[in-house]
Design a protein around this ligand. Structure first.
Ligand code: NAP
Length: 266
């Protein structure tokens, strides 16, 4: 298991101001890891920094930035270098999705989704990986989704971005594990984080509640298993079973079933 060997070792988390990212930042602080919090420049981000500083004995700092900006990865990297922050855990988590008929959502929004959910992950890893390879042990965790392997009709582009992260992380892990870098893929099902989650819960009723997780539960499972070097992390036993069983259902039938279940997104 990795230890924060010096006071300069940090876990960097994107999308840290809310939801799963915020819960991961708290979980890491609870386990004595120093944290670097990255998200849009909002009061929530600063609030979390203050909360962590006051609650835990760990070091923390925050950097407000729009990760869809072209130079954001370089700016984050420069910020770390200028402050001598040594990133030994990198958690790419910021992301968003939207449901509806494919053509009803603007192309501009899709491009932003791809920039945030995919391009920012690749760009940040591209900057930090050479330094991480020089460490004895380091971790990268990329937040994908259960939808990576269960493509959802009416959320086709979002699902595609999560599938990209899944395949990219699997391949990258094989390339870098010989250098002591372990890549994990976090594949949550439904997590009650924001307004979208609440709407989904209302529209899908009781059956959705069975598969719904709270961000702190997901964060606990994610951090524990990332530190063990687990490759694919499916939080929740029900979600784990659904993912496994779905592999045996012929694709055409599986997609018809998914369309029926998720037509609420229309
Ligand atoms: N919630 C679920 O059911 C679920 C399920 C599977 C996978 N996931 C994935 O888990 C990750 C976190 O989801 P969540 O539900 O916790 O989301 P969330 O509550 O909406 O939080 C998203 C985080 O990303 C940040 N962010 C958004 N746009 C950004 C941008 N352009 N630049 C920098 N930061 C930005 C947000 O900051 P601001 O608030 O300041 O915008 C926030 O900190 C996402 O990748 C999501 O796709 C979620």
């Amino acid at each position: 298991m990795i230890f924060m060997k010096s006071g300069k070792d940090y876990a960097l988390i994107t999308g840290a101001s809310l939801g799963i990212g915020r819960a991961i930042a708290r979980e890491l602080s609870e386990r004595n890891f120093n944290t670097l919090l990255v998200a849009l420049d909002t009061p929530e981000l600063k609030q979390l920094e203050i909360e962590i500083r006051e609650t835990y004995r760990t070091k923390t700092d925050s950097f407000g930035i729009d990760l869809t900006d072209k130079n954001s990865a370089q700016q984050i990297y420069d910020w770390c270098k200028n402050n001598a922050y040594n990133v030994s855990i990198l958690i790419n988590n910021a992301g968003f999705g939207e449901g509806g008929y494919f053509e009803d959502i603007s192309l501009e929004k899709y491009c932003k989704m791809i920039d945030l959910n995919n391009k920012s992950y690749v760009s940040i890893i591209h900057k930090f990986l050479p330094d991480m390879k020089r460490l004895k042990e380091s971790h990268i965790m990329n937040t994908s989704s259960m939808e990576a392997t269960l493509p959802l009709p009416y959320k086709a582009v979002y699902t595609g971005t999560k599938n990209f992260i899944y395949a990219y992380s699997l391949a990258l892990n094989e390339e870098v594990r010989q250098f002591g870098v372990k890549v994990s893929i976090l594949c949550p099902g439904s997590v009650l984080t924001n307004k979208d989650g609440l709407e989904r819960l209302k529209s899908q009723g009781r059956k959705a509640k069975l598969l719904l997780y709270m961000p702190d539960e997901v964060a606990r499972i994610a951090v524990k298993n990332m530190l063990k070097g687990m490759l694919i992390i499916n939080p929740g036993i029900m979600n784990w079973w659904i993912t496994k069983i779905a592999k045996f259902i012929p694709t055409r039938i599986k997609m018809r079933i998914l369309e029926k279940i998720f037509k609420v997104y229309k």
